[in-house]
Design a protein around this ligand. Structure first.
Ligand SMILES: NC(=O)c1ccc[n+]([C@@H]2O[C@H](COP(=O)([O-])OP(=O)(O)OC[C@H]3O[C@@H](n4cnc5c(N)ncnc54)[C@H](O)[C@@H]3O)[C@@H](O)[C@H]2O)c1
Ligand SMILES: O=c1ccn([C@@H]2O[C@H](COP(=O)(O)OP(=O)(O)O[C@H]3O[C@H](CO)[C@@H](O)[C@H](O)[C@H]3O)[C@@H](O)[C@H]2O)c(=O)[nH]1
Length: 330
């Protein structure tokens, strides 16, 4: 059994690769290093340096490494940016998934864990999003991820009819933060945690986008989950598929608890031990006011638990940040 982790040199993918290796699984990574770093991966994990959008290249990597299962994380992940770059987003997220599915079909690979997102739900009008909550993506990012989920389901149906079943699941992560793998951190130029930490480490004030939302403190509320817990759910999913179990089509990886941007920024400032007030600016386009999920289904089937607090998330993210003494590898 050898698992291919696409996007394995990225922030979450590298955590998944480390967790799978630690669990005794054989892992190969595939990444074009557009935002990932070779140094994030364990040294023992081979890297196929190709794009998921090139089906022939993907198939070559799979064939050369006798891949038996795929965790597909490679994607363009920025909801706000995707509004400005819809074609790029659809190419990376949908075309990339179709290439992966095509290469898997060519080689008869029969199991896939797909990296999906809370962004498929848009702005839900429920306190706790479940997998049954209607999907209304509000950005090319969310739409392309939902389309990729659908492509996997339809391809599985076709393969079942053809007598070559594809077992699959999509994990819809909420806001993934923190760090647990050595030297691996979120270097994203658009997400809250890295932006706040970058600003604080330069001695600048972090920015809060929007203070007039219909939320308790006026700032957006999100469901923050620790990347170590997210990675652990992938290990359980891969092991379940390896042992022939069928999983549900979708699982939310959420905590059931909402935390505001203001609370996160204050916690980061406190952890940094600096005396600075955030700059309050206008709303960022495409941001839902509040989205918080129930992780009940995943806790039942994938041993999904929040083993970390928001404080752990902030502290571990700081510890891994290059400016806070973490090793900057690349
Ligand atoms: N970070 C979050 O909070 C969050 C939440 C929900 C879902 N997700 C999903 O998790 C996955 C990983 O996100 P991340 O936070 O680690 O982002 P990331 O940008 O660190 O990782 C993405 C990885 O994919 C690689 N990649 C991008 N396009 C590629 C291509 N065409 N071919 C090969 N490799 C390519 C990048 O180089 C990078 O290593 C994405 O699918 C994202 O949509 C992330
Ligand atoms: O400097 C900053 C950066 C962000 N924010 C706000 O912080 C919140 C969270 O933003 P961000 O960290 O960019 O996360 P999301 O836009 O919620 O999206 C993340 O979480 C989604 C799942 O919920 C994933 O699908 C996406 O890939 C991932 O980028 C939003 O209200 C932002 O407006 C600020 O106020 N200041």
């Amino acid at each position: 059994m050898t698992w291919l982790v696409t996007g394995g040199a990225g922030y979450i993918g590298a955590h998944v690769a480390h967790a799978m290796v630690d669990a005794g699984l054989d892992v190969v990574a595939l990444d074009n290093l557009s935002s990932g770093r070779r140094g994030f991966l364990p040294d023992t994990v081979p890297l196929g340096w190709v794009s998921v959008t090139d089906q022939d290249d993907v198939r070559d990597v799979m064939e050369e490494n006798a891949i038996t299962g795929v965790v597909h994380l490679a994607a363009f992940k920025y909801a706000g940016e995707s509004v400005k770059r819809p074609l790029h987003t659809w190419r990376q997220n949908l075309d990339g998934t179709l290439s992966v599915l095509g290469a898997m079909q060519d080689l008869g690979i029969d199991r896939i864990v797909f990296s999906s997102t809370a962004a498929v739900y848009g702005t839900p009008d429920v306190d706790l999003v479940t997998e049954e909550t209607p999907t209304h993506p509000e950005s090319p990012y969310g739409s392309s991820k939902l389309a990729a989920e659908r492509a996997i389901v339809e391809q599985a149906a076709a393969r079942r009819s053809a007598g070559a079943p594809l077992r699959h699941t999509a994990l819809r992560y909420f806001n993934v933060v923190g760090s647990s793998a050595p030297g691996v951190y979120d270097s994203s130029p658009h997400n809250l945690f890295p932006l706040v930490m970058d600003a604080l480490s330069r001695g600048d004030a972090p920015r809060i986008f929007g203070t007039d939302y219909d939320t308790p403190d006026g700032t957006c509320v999100r469901d923050y989950v620790h990347v170590a817990d997210v990675a652990a759910a992938h290990v359980v999913a891969a092991q379940a598929l390896d042992s022939g179990e069928d999983l549900r089509t979708t699982y939310n990886l959420g905590s059931g608890t909402g935390t505001s941007v203001r609370e996160i920024v204050d916690a980061c400032i406190e952890a940094a031990g600096v005396d600075v007030a955030p700059v309050l600016t206008g709303r960022r386009p495409g941001d839902p006011a509040r989205i918080v999920a129930s992780g009940r289904r995943a806790s039942h089937d994938l041993d999904w638990r929040m083993r970390h607090t928001v404080r752990d998330m902030v502290d571990s993210a700081w510890a891994a940040h290059p400016a806070a003494g973490g090793p900057a590898r690349g």
